[in-house]
Write a protein that binds this ligand. Structure first.
Ligand code: GLU
Length: 303
């Protein structure tokens, strides 16, 4: 593939859409981000990285962290996580409460907020420090040894997190929290607040594209569990917009309300796009155009 040519095509198709959408203003720290930024990066399975635009500007990883937290939880043999979270699309918003009530405190999947809070709670029980475990993983896989939580964003999430608090307490009332709600949420909020660049995200995504192999060549996940992470990205990685994403892009994608999108073409590449303006479902508008263009021009859509 002529990577530079593909990047040029992606950048020119995306240019008219940069700045479209709205930044996530329900988290005050995200509301301040300049929406007129855009970055795109392709990290190949064999170690190269090709980039365009604002690829070195850090942004909040938000829900994309959920795929990595799940990877850590699944890396433990006999994890009880699948007793606590299901594997179905939700069809409702990522911070919906009703389904939790109707389905007895068991979230539909690990990528909506309730499921991710359960995974953070599980990772906290497994490791004693979910944020530290995730930090170590993201540092090693992104190649940035200084990657860190943005404390301003974390504080902002904590202050504006009543909906997540309600979700977690509701799950606790059904017996589906192992740690105190406030402690698990502290880890969840900080996990969402890791500051990462587009280029770093693409590199970190190789863990998934390479079926669970880490940057140092060791294996974190079984091939099967890496496939499970990818399957879930397809079914529910872009909230209740997952159907439309599968249709338009044809790749497994995980998004975050910081405007990041991570897509993988198993065995070949991990692709990151970042544009802070979101559509009504919480997915980056420019990022979606970029991934759609990438999948088309590179002929790498897998479905
Ligand atoms: N920290 C955000 C929240 O809990 C994450 C949402 C997202 O990126 O989907 O609402």
């Amino acid at each position: 593939m002529d990577y530079q040519r593909v990047i040029e095509q992606v950048m020119s198709a995306t240019a008219p859409h940069i700045g479209e959408g709205a930044v996530a203003d329900y988290i005050p720290g995200l509301a301040k981000v300049n929406p007129k930024q855009f970055g795109f990066a392709i990290a190949t399975a064999d170690g190269d990285c090709y980039t365009g635009g604002d690829v070195d500007v850090p942004f909040a990883i938000e829900s994309i962290s959920k795929a990595f937290a799940l990877a850590l939880v699944l890396s433990r043999k006999d994890s009880e996580v699948w007793k606590r979270v299901r594997r179905e699309p939700s069809g409702l918003a990522f911070n919906d409460l009703i389904e939790i009530q109707l389905e007895n405190g068991i979230p539909r999947n690990p990528y909506i907020n309730p499921g991710a809070i359960v995974v953070a709670d599980q990772l906290l029980s497994d490791t004693g420090d979910a944020v530290a475990a995730l930090r170590d993983l993201l540092r090693a896989e992104s190649g940035n040894p200084a990657l860190e939580v943005d404390s301003v964003i974390a504080e902002s999430e904590l202050r504006s997190g009543d909906r997540n608090r309600a979700i977690a307490y509701l799950m606790a009332s059904f017996g589906n929290m192992r740690n105190s709600v406030e402690l698990a949420l502290d880890h969840y909020f900080r996990q969402c607040s890791f500051s990462i660049t587009c280029a770093e995200l693409a590199k970190a995504g190789r863990l998934i594209a390479r079926h669970g192999l880490r940057a140092d060549g060791s294996r974190l996940l079984s091939r099967e569990d890496a496939r499970h992470i990818t399957a879930l990205m397809t079914m529910c990685g872009t909230y209740d917009g997952a159907g439309e994403f599968a249709y338009r892009v044809g790749l497994p994608v995980k998004s975050g309300v910081g405007g990041g999108l991570l897509a993988v073409v198993p065995d070949k590449y991990s692709i990151a796009a970042w544009g802070p303006g979101l559509d009504a479902k919480g997915n980056s508008v420019a990022g979606a155009v970029a991934l759609e263009t990438f999948a088309r021009v590179s002929k790498s859509a897998v479905f």
